[in-house]
Design a protein around this ligand. Structure first.
Ligand code: ZN
Length: 183
């Protein structure tokens, strides 16, 4: 289980290995907010609490480019692992069908690999749509593709403890927490 690292602003950033979290604390780059009382780190001289949530002392700027990167892992999570044309969840796919990244405006026609132009599509729908737009293919989209909230990108594929979840809720609100936990 990783340690949740918060920015100085309390924005949840990422999970870091507990040993790295300890290093940040010992270097006075972070403070411990929550610990796992059942576990402790032992060094030669002292015992250190096992951090589950730390907060960076200085604000770290998170580059926009990283936030905007499209990967299938996060794309499928954003779309709830469902084809945005036929609505089938990946559990409902048959045989050799699989989820794919579909460019709403095809790349061959100038479509960009950006969050607002990519959706999750099952392989049959992607093949059927081919080089057409949804309108041309008469395959209306079930949702408007949007750039996901950063918290979705980071947490979509991870498990957080209840105490870590509290900090996500604190920063992003109940709605985002529920969306993240529902994935
Ligand atoms: Zn489909």
């Amino acid at each position: 289980m990783g340690c949740l690292a918060l920015n100085a602003s309390f924005e949840p950033l990422t999970l870091v290995p507990p040993r790295r979290a300890i290093r940040l604390v010992l270097d006075q780059k972070a403070e411990i907010l929550e610990v796992d009382r059942a576990r402790r780190f032992r060094s030669e001289r002292e015992e250190i609490p096992w951090p589950t949530v730390i907060r960076l002392v200085r604000f770290v700027h998170v580059p926009r480019r990283f936030r905007r990167q499209v990967t299938n892992t996060f794309l499928f999570a954003r779309d709830d692992y469902s084809c945005q044309y036929c609505g089938r969840h990946h559990r409902e796919l048959r045989g050799r069908q699989f989820l794919t990244r579909d460019h709403v405006l095809p790349v061959s026609r100038g479509g960009e690999n950006h969050w607002t132009n990519v959706v999750t599509a099952c392989s049959p729908c992607n093949n059927q749509k081919g080089n057409l737009t949804p309108e041309e293919a008469r395959m209306p989209l079930l949702s408007d593709p949007r750039e996901p909230n950063y918290v979705h990108l980071v947490w979509a594929v991870r498990r957080v403890t209840p105490s870590q979840a509290r900090y996500i809720k604190l920063f992003y609100g109940e709605e985002v927490l529920q969306a993240v936990q529902g994935l």
